[in-house]
Design a protein around this ligand. Structure first.
Ligand SMILES: Cc1ncc(COP(=O)(O)O)c(C=O)c1O
Ligand SMILES: [Zn+2]
Length: 421
């Protein structure tokens, strides 16, 4: 099965480009530091024909609509095909499913992106993968670089510690800590002067790696295949908006290829301290505003800006963006835990947004509308945040009396797993 990939097109001015390492958006309509996102273009006829003979599993089942032409450059660790778990009633939403992306090779949805981005890098003859990340994105890029036999340099923030650092290093590349802003400057230098292939964003309007974003489309394809139809809304924890815009592109592509005739409303969940997309929508602007640096328990999504492509996706899908507080996020994490799923704070931001859907998304009916929420990453990497909300674990003597005493104490305490089951 061949890829129907043709090239890139600007999401703003429509200028078209041959596949090249382009990480800084559209050069044709850029104004100063601001540039529009590029998106992949496919031969629709070819893709339509190929759709009836999809083979394999996971992300690469959708090869016809991925930007990797040479099967030999395909770099896979078994990403995709993650469980769609029904979680009725969570956040007051009756028809609710959770797409558990912690089941990916490096336990986050970034694997869909990095599998595709590293494959393209390989196809373009890259030797070194460059990535700037606070954790998930970097770990995923590193794993796929290693799998492809490429070197990598991961630039992370000076306040990042273990287990993230170990996760970034284990795949054998160079890991460096530097300032928040400096990461981007060094990544830009690596791309321009050292020939690195960047798989993350380093520009002030986050333009990122347009090829990797295509990997996120497979979330839309899998959701429709698993559910049997298109849900009413899809809720996504959002940072730069790459996942959100990729998922939306997937739903649009299903319509274009004649596979579905409706699309869901896209909903971003952002940390309330920053929430650039929410602020931009409220102000009715066409470019995403940049907000001052802030702190959030959802570290992986605590950026100051999102891309314009995700803003377009929110508007085109009649969706919205919902700011969620640290408290709402940590409560959502515990609620989810009690259903057997451990998500990172950033990963469960979408779950935290569910209770706010009726007031945020006009016309939304919590008893009628079907919602899929993306759980973007598993909880172990960022376990410190979860620890704060959990009781200290008692050490007891190995006697039945001590055990019975501990059981009694738990029964006397509200808000423990036994009392909310
Ligand atoms: C756990 C998690 N969720 C969501 C995101 C959202 O990223 P983006 O909106 O750039 O796709 C990230 C990445 O930074 C992440 O690590
Ligand atoms: Zn343009």
């Amino acid at each position: 099965v061949r890829s129907a990939f043709v090239g890139l097109r600007c999401t703003r001015c429509g200028a078209e480009f041959d596949p090249e390492p382009m990480f800084e958006g559209c050069p044709k309509c850029a104004v100063g530091e601001w540039a529009a996102n590029l998106a992949a273009v496919y031969d629709v006829g070819l893709a339509r024909n190929a759709w009836s003979s999809l083979v394999g599993r996971g992300v690469w089942r959708y090869t016809p609509v991925l930007p990797v032409r040479d099967p030999r450059s395909r770099t896979t660790l078994g990403e995709g095909d993650t469980p769609l778990v029904d979680v009725p009633g969570l956040g007051g939403v009756r028809w609710l499913w959770l797409k558990n992306e912690s089941a990916n090779p490096t336990w986050s949805y970034k694997d869909r992106m990095c599998s595709v981005a590293v494959s393209v890098a390989r196809e373009m003859g890259a030797r070194t993968i460059g990535v700037s990340s606070t954790g998930n994105h970097g770990a995923s890029a590193a794993a796929y670089a290693a799998r492809a036999g490429l070197d990598y340099v991961a630039l992370t923030k000076d306040d990042v510690g273990d287990p993230t650092l170990a996760f970034l290093q284990i795949f054998g590349g160079l890991v460096l800590k530097t300032s928040r802003r400096g990461r981007w400057e060094l990544l830009r230098y690596g791309v321009h002067e050292l020939g690195w292939h960047s798989v993350s964003t380093y520009t002030s309007a986050p333009t990122g790696n347009p090829y990797g974003v295509e990997g996120y489309k497979t979330l839309a394809f899998e959701i429709v295949a698993q559910l049997g139809h298109v849900p009413n809304a899809v809720v996504v924890p959002t940072c730069y908006g790459e996942g959100l815009s990729g998922i939306w592109a997937g739903f649009q592509q299903l319509v274009e290829l004649g596979q579905t005739d409706s699309t869901p409303r896209m909903v971003a969940a952002e940390p309330a301290g920053g929430a650039p997309l929410s602020r931009t929508l409220a102000a009715g602007l066409d470019h995403v505003v940049s907000v001052p640096a802030y702190s959030t328990v959802a570290k992986s999504i605590g950026a100051s800006v999102a891309n314009d492509r995700s803003l377009l996706a929110l508007r085109a899908s009649c969706g919205t963006s919902i700011p969620v507080t640290d408290d709402q996020i940590l409560r959502a994490q515990q609620e989810l835990g009690r259903r057997g799923i451990f998500g990172e704070p950033a990963g469960v931001a979408g779950v935290a947004a569910l209770a706010l859907l009726p007031e945020s998304l006009s016309g939304f009916e919590p008893g009628r509308d079907e919602v899929v929420v993306i759980l973007t990453a598993g909880g172990l990497r960022d376990h410190h945040a979860s620890r704060e909300r959990l009781a200290p674990v008692a050490t007891i003597e190995a006697t039945p009396a001590a055990l019975l005493d501990a059981l009694d104490k738990r029964a006397a305490r509200p808000n423990t797993p036994s009392s909310t089951a």
